[in-house]
Design a binder for this molecule. Structure first.
Ligand code: FAD
Length: 485
């Protein structure tokens, strides 16, 4: 028998349940990636995601070739392409790993029905989550909307998470007459090459994911609990894009991090705490996926309906939005974050929360605009985590921080980047400012700014918004919708 292995966002050979199952059921396995962005509309992969996908597919093609197989790359309608391949190969099976965003679910359900009607054995598997959305429910059988009880329930069910599956040693060959496009033909790389920073930061693919995990286990995991909040340190795993594309799966992380033991010298209890904290963050990933699964409308609409009438600010010519996108708000920690994003395709989680708070509260621009910009520029852009991150920050989503808890970016900077190292890295024009003013240059006397080479409004912008006044306005806007309910 022959199986078509339909690869999507599970671009790995280790712990790939659809691949293992294909090998168990059939002598021949034909791995295929079908580029069909229109089927994910209106959330087709953004520019940074396309960059990642190009390199990840190249890495996967090499890995498959190394084991004696071949990656077939195609573009166009998924069902038509799969049917074409089935016709060419005489395949009897079509297997894949599940995804949870609304457009893909719709597409996959239709594909499954159609292929089954053709007499093909079609099955899907879980490669992407610790526990799937229907496995974790409240006592009343409803989905969780609040993270803490959700995660408590998950922790009690972690014994249901299977062990990661082994990487096959060899794969059956793929007939030479099955045509495939080259990765380049997909046109995923940007025409104007703005991606040098991405090249310098990332190694997409399964080997790159494994290298990130090794580096994390060798250092940052010890002290993660505290280190994860300091954007100047490399205190987190930076595995998010690898997880998004399925180059590594959460089961593998549970097995290595959940089970990893210390060599002995480190304080065992502290490290256990750090690892538990890491798993909890992975829990946020599952939590976001299950929210999107149960509340698919939240990609565009606030989960809390009273936010539908929130009075967003008028922003003529998108001047404020542009200043935010380009890292020119005049608020250093925000600008540093937005520039890190533009340069590397990634932003530290603490800073994501700070820039999102500034956009939605102080600038009072809609979270949907922020989510769209992140979607296009993040290499880890993920419909579930991005939607949940923005709704949480805007106060309109599940388990949101109370609306009135508006981040003060100056205090956040002082607390989480006390020496201003993060700000200095991304806003070098402020490099010579003393620590005291690094997060609020507008408070520095001109006599001090001048010798530091900073003319506010020329070398570095004056703040585009008054933090105190805009905070009060945001609270007043919130009162307005609160009374409306
Ligand atoms: P680590 O600290 O090493 O965490 C380990 C893993 O846990 C991450 O790789 C990630 O998969 C998961 N994780 C950690 N924090 C969260 C979280 N808050 N929500 C969901 N999963 C989490 N994450 C994305 O993967 N894609 C997005 O598009 C995305 N958009 C966001 C938008 C906003 C406004 C905010 C506030 C957060 C967003 N996040 C998103 C969550 C988080 O910022 C990133 O997952 C994290 O910074 C990735 O870095 P890391 O891999 O080093 O994380």
């Amino acid at each position: 028998d022959t199986a078509i292995l339909w690869l999507r966002r599970d671009l790995r050979l280790t712990d790939n349940p659809a691949l293992s199952e294909a090998l168990a059921r059939c002598e021949r396995v034909v791995p295929v990636y079908i580029h069909a962005p229109h089927e994910e509309a209106p959330w087709e992969p953004g520019a940074a995601s396309c960059w990642w996908l190009h390199h990840s597919l190249s890495a996967l093609a090499k890995d498959l070739a190394g084991l004696g197989s071949r990656l077939i790359i195609a573009r166009g309608d998924s069902l038509a392409t799969l049917r074409g391949l089935i016709g060419q190969t005489g395949a009897t099976h079509c297997l894949w790993n599940r995804l949870y965003d609304p457009a893909t679910i719709r597409r996959d359900t239709a594909v499954k029905q159609a292929l089954r009607a053709d007499g093909i054995a079609c099955d899907s598997f879980n490669a992407a989550m610790l526990l799937e959305p229907w496995q974790v429910q409240t006592g009343a059988g409803a989905p969780y909307r609040v993270f803490t009880p959700y995660w408590r329930r998950c922790v009690g069910q972690l014994d249901q998470v299977g062990r990661p599956l082994p990487r096959p040693d060899a794969l059956p060959p793929v007939a030479a007459d099955i045509p495939s496009l080259g990765v380049d033909a997909l046109g995923l790389l940007p025409r104007i090459r703005w991606d040098a920073g991405l090249d310098a930061t990332w190694q997409p693919g399964e080997a790159g994911a494994a290298a990130r995990l090794r580096a994390f286990l060798a250092g940052p995991v010890h002290g993660y609990r505290e280190g994860r909040d300091l954007p100047a340190e490399h205190g987190t795993s930076m595995l998010s894009p690898h997880l998004h594309w399925g180059e590594i799966g959460p089961r593998q992380l549970l097995a290595t991090i959940g089970g990893a033991q210390d060599g002995g010298a480190n304080d065992r209890r502290d490290s256990e705490d750090d690892r538990a904290h890491y798993l909890r963050e992975l829990g946020w990933r599952d939590f976001s996926l299950q929210l999107l699964y149960h509340f698919p409308q939240t990609t565009d609409a606030p989960l809390d309906p009273k936010f539908s009438s929130f009075p967003w600010r008028d922003d003529p010519q998108d001047a404020l939005l542009r200043a935010w996108q380009q890292g020119r708000t005049g608020i250093p920690i925000v600008d540093a974050g937005m520039r890190e994003l533009w340069h590397t395709g990634w932003m530290h989680n603490r800073v994501r929360m700070i820039v999102a708070s500034l956009l939605t509260k102080n600038l009072r621009l809609s979270w949907q605009q922020g989510a769209r910009w992140f979607w296009d520029t993040l290499v880890d852009a993920d419909l579930a985590s991005n939607t949940q991150g923005w709704q949480w920050s805007a106060g309109s989503g599940a388990d949101a921080a109370p609306y009135f808890r508006i981040f003060n970016p100056v205090r956040q900077g002082e607390r989480f980047d006390p020496k201003g190292r993060y700000v200095r890295r991304w806003c070098p024009e402020l490099n010579r400012l003393p620590d005291k003013f690094i997060h609020q240059p507008w408070e520095a006397p001109t006599a001090l700014l001048q010798p530091c080479g900073v003319r506010l409004g020329t070398d570095y912008p004056l703040p585009v918004v008054d933090l105190k006044g805009s905070r009060a306005e945001a609270l007043a806007a919130y009162d307005q919708i609160k009374q409306g309910t």
